[in-house]
Design a protein around this ligand. Structure first.
Ligand SMILES: Cc1cc2nc3c(=O)[nH]c(=O)nc-3n(C[C@H](O)[C@H](O)[C@H](O)COP(=O)(O)OP(=O)(O)OC[C@H]3O[C@@H](n4cnc5c(N)ncnc54)[C@H](O)[C@@H]3O)c2cc1C
Ligand code: FES
Length: 244
């Protein structure tokens, strides 16, 4: 884990309640797909965890939905600096993808999959993507994934755009060697129950410290416990225990 000051280059709305912020760092950062950052906001003791949507040696993109006071403050920042903890979490293991990985994202579970898709395409993998949203005005990043050369299916629950239904509808149409997913818990459970191969799940649950100290994110896995912020947020399908 590192702490650094990042400069805000741009902060713009890309869909209903969803914003994209581009940041740069003077220091080299070197982040992996599936990792996250912890954002410090004035007046808030707890930092907010947000996934790395894209990164280079000196730049970082985050995509976030305004759901409460912290993310609302973030959406109003157009210039200045942001204090981040970075290099947090294990990230996705790309070595297991096989030749035809399928990426399945729901809502603000989509952002970490963009950086993952980019890295998998660099390895010449045949990447398919399913993006799930409630409705048309929430859809984002379809074209960005297409520009990477991915085969993209968008699903909306109300059928106002793309395929009508949940991401599991899209999964029926895809052939894949392995999968990676991120999204709300009910979606992750549905993907678990409908998937035909092994895969990795990223859990965007509530966190306290975000770097392994408070134990607030401890979750049961097969054979023991893991801190989602440290040994997660990515878990392998085989180790997941669904608790009610
Ligand atoms: C590893 C990780 C990665 C994440 N990546 C992203 C991301 O890329 N983009 C993004 O938009 N969000 C992401 N989140 C969720 C994000 O951290 C929360 O939405 C954010 O902290 C809310 O802060 P707030 O102050 O606006 O809301 P608060 O005022 O803290 O809460 C407002 C409402 O949102 C709910 N809420 C808060 N946190 C979460 C959460 N983690 N999951 C579900 N509901 C929550 C609360 O229960 C409450 O109803 C991630 C979370 C984790 C743990
Ligand atoms: S959030 Fe504190 S240990 Fe994971």
């Amino acid at each position: 884990m590192y702490q650094g000051i990042f400069e805000i280059k741009e902060n713009r709305k890309i869909a209903k309640d969803v914003w994209q912020m581009d940041l740069t760092s003077e220091k080299e950062i070197g982040l992996r797909p599936g990792q996250f950052v912890e954002v410090q906001l004035d007046g808030y003791y707890l930092r907010r965890p947000i996934s790395v949507a894209d990164a280079t040696n000196h730049s970082l993109t985050i995509i976030y939905k305004v759901v409460g006071k912290g993310t609302e403050v973030l959406s109003r920042m157009s210039k200045g600096n942001l204090d981040l903890l970075y290099d947090l979490g294990n990230g996705y293991d790309l070595s297991l993808s096989g030749e035809q990985p399928l990426l399945i994202g729901g809502g603000v579970g989509v952002p970490p999959l963009y950086y993952l898709a980019k890295e998998l395409k660099k390895q010449n993998k045949e990447v398919s993507v399913i993006l799930g949203f409630n409705t048309r005005e929430e859809v984002f990043y379809e074209e960005e994934f297409q520009a990477l050369g991915c085969d993209v299916t968008v699903c909306t629950a109300d059928g106002s755009y793309g395929l009508k239904g949940f991401v599991t509808e899209g999964m029926k149409e895809k052939e894949y060697s392995y999968f990676y997913t991120c999204g709300p818990l009910p979606m992750l459970k549905a993907v678990y129950n409908n998937s035909t191969t092994s895969g990795q799940f990223s859990f965007e649950e509530r966190m306290g410290c975000g770097y392994g100290v408070c134990m607030g994110c401890t979750t049961k896995v097969k054979g023991g416990y893991k801190r989602l912020c440290k040994e997660g947020p990515v878990l392998n399908k085989e180790e997941i225990v669904w608790e009610d």
